[in-house]
Design a protein around this ligand. Structure first.
Ligand code: ZN
Length: 219
């Protein structure tokens, strides 16, 4: 399939920003989509908007997912649950947002369907495997469901691909790639606590720090 266009799930963190710069080399037309789902680190959306602007995407779509206000079982949605410090210890982690990626991908697929976009990009990587909806078997199943339900696919006899080129990569490898691509990591944000400056001790802060230190980046 010719790589014409793609819509990238953009959180504002370093993985999805790197994916954005990576796909800019391969696709003539790049869209980005971000989600406001009541996450306690919703400040990331401000960063996502800036990154999308710097990347020069064709359009950056920001979507509200209000249903998550009814979900209290995740530390990312309920401020009364502490964000753990240190590396992930439980599986799935308390920071899991139930069924997040199936919602993100299905909403992105709406725009793929109406704008006739063949690829949906997602920055999941090897360190995300504690989260069930970041695993290869989920990605493959989501792609199958999207193709089965798409009017664009039915009419044009084309495919919609879920593009997850970082699936086998570690965060350090992603950082190395991003350095070569010139990703402006100072414009990205990852902290689960949503503080400014970032807390420096939650799992995502630690992963980010380790990855960026490995490429000699000084925050
Ligand atoms: Zn943090």
């Amino acid at each position: 399939m010719e790589k014409k266009n793609i819509i990238v799930l953009l959180s504002g963190g370093m993985d999805s920003a790197t994916l954005l710069w990576y796909v800019k080399r391969e696709f003539p037309e790049v869209y980005a989509i971000s989600f406001n789902y009541g996450q306690r680190h919703s400040v990331e959306i401000t960063y996502a908007k800036e990154i999308a602007k710097i990347a020069g995407v064709k359009d950056h779509i920001v979507v509200d997912i209000p249903v998550y206000s009814a979900v209290r079982e995740s530390a990312l949605l309920n401020e009364e649950i502490d964000i753990p410090s240190g590396e992930y210890t439980e599986e799935p982690p308390i920071t899991t947002v139930p069924m997040r990626n199936i919602n993100f991908l299905s909403i992105a697929s709406i725009f793929a369907d109406i704008l006739e976009i063949n690829y949906i990009g997602i920055g999941v990587h090897a360190l995300d495997v504690p989260y069930p909806d970041c695993r290869p078997e989920f990605i493959a199943a989501a792609e199958a469901a999207i193709n089965a339900g798409s009017t664009f696919v039915a009419k044009k006899k084309e495919r919609i691909h879920i593009y997850a080129p970082f699936l086998g990569m570690t965060k350090k490898e992603i950082a190395k790639l991003g350095k070569d691509l010139g990703v402006p990591y100072e414009k990205t944000y990852s902290c689960y606590k949503g503080t400014l400056p970032p807390c420096g001790e939650c799992p995502t802060c630690l992963q980010r720090k380790e990855a960026l230190e490995s490429i000699g980046y000084q925050p």
